[in-house]
Write a protein that binds this ligand. Sequence first.
Ligand code: ATP
Length: 570
Amino acid sequence: MKHASFRAALNTAVSVAVIGALVYALLPNYWVFLITAVFIVGIALQSLGLVAGRTGMISLCQMSFAGVGAWVTGYLNVSGFPGGLPVWIVIGGLAAVPVGIAIGLPALRLRGINLAIVTLGFAAAFDTVLATITFPGQTTFTQVARPMFFESDRGFFIFIVLVYGIIAVGLEFLNRSRLGASWLAVRHSERAAAANGISVPMAKLSAFAISAFIAGISGGLLAGYLGTLVSENFNMMQSLSLFAVATMAGAHFTLGAILGGVLITLFPELLRRLNLPQDVGNVFFALGAVQALSTGETISETWARLGRKLLPGRKASTTATGGALPAAELHPAGTTLEVKGLTVRYGNVVALNDVSLVVPSRTVVGLIGPNGAGKSTMVDAIAGFLPRYSGEVTLNGRSVDALSATRRAQAGIRRTWQTTRIAPELRVGEYVRLAAGNISDAELAAVLDWLECPPPQTLISTVDAGTRRLLDVAGVVAARPPVILLDEPAAGQSYAEALKLGERIAEIPEKFGCAVLLIEHDMDLVRRACSSITVLDFGQVIATGAPQTVLGLPIVQKAYMGIEIEEAAA
Ligand SMILES: Nc1ncnc2c1ncn2[C@@H]1O[C@H](COP(=O)(O)OP(=O)(O)OP(=O)(O)O)[C@@H](O)[C@H]1O
């Protein structure tokens, strides 16, 4: 995985360097000056790409963060702070961080249009503040000094390309880290992210903080580029067009951010030459954003897709090849998971009524029952996804009732979902690492091999639904927690695949040291994997015991199997 990060970072660095060198070598001063702005806007777009493109949060105040960075840079310039522009922009970026976190706090509770309104409100308030306090040096026409050796317009272009490259490479590493994967996971499903032990608030706040830092740097660079600033450079409309362009171009991709910078910087120039009003630009950006949202594909993603078609890469093998699995985890013996007197109500519906269940260590216990019996509700309650229930859930003898879903996952109660919730932008290896924590390359390959999953570099968007269910299982077993709750893992698998999966699930205690609570409708799989089963009907336990005994009980056949028998007879 580290190799992949380095390769991606190197590709990014080379692409930026080549574009910069071509512009520098081939274009006259006027165009070099104009394209300097492309890269500065590109940095602001990269900041927005992180928070909106990767983490899925709407931020309509990105230019306000840039304004904070620019204001601080201007202040440090006027007060003669040592270090020059390279130091000032970093301090400006840091000054924007607390503002970013403050704006990120509402994002912990708000989503979509509500978050858009909050961030737009902040942008409007910031406009008023900036118009009142003015930029340091604005009234005295004090120019922000450019760095030594980079004073000329062409020299400053090199400085900006360097900063752009450093940020793009840094983001490349960050995006491929566990933090970066957690941003994508949160964007795709906050519940699934929490089930993997990810702190959703931390993921959201870190995205806002880093995004504000980068936006603050872009503001400081703009100060060096223009020399003096006015509040209009950072007004609400600028933030809105930035958002529209980021959505259209795909600002979470390095080249997408440059393309966005080209659109924002050069489009007004084109309109001026065509004698068209400048507002046409915003209409065009808005239409582009609508198009990207309705097709679910940004311009960068379209290019990448077409590129893959035109230049197909080497055909990767379809399954991972790994060595032996490491020894199983030694969890405490005895009862791993115990549920006592669990009752869950949804309004007037009693989904679970005084249900008790025991999962001993290193065993696979089945939880079966007809549709609507309460099985998924049981998993939700155990894993901490229900706001309230009565009864008690203990892990290794300790109550987990007061813990959130994230804390329960971190404590060792891990779950999968009935429908897969893996972020499709991740690669197989990135997802398993996200779910399992820091495992070695050898262990990752061994787990994938054991479940016959695709190799780590495979993009999840390219694998079928059945394989994604296997990846769900791979992620939780690789984490080696004390207990795993598998919610219908065989859904989407063929009969033969389901039987094979049953064998694998039966091996989990021995190979990984985990106990398993398995919810399944496939009775052959249940027989193969489980040492005991509990049957639910209308939210109540109607039988518990060895599979052969329980599945033969008339009460169970009537409640559960009887449906199939009657249907078969009809
Ligand atoms: N969010 C909800 N709001 C209201 N009722 C719900 C909610 N979730 C589940 N229920 C009800 O609770 C009962 C148990 O549902 P649950 O999904 O736990 O059953 P299940 O055994 O998992 O079913 P299936 O096998 O179809 O997944 C059902 O009557 C269902 O309609």
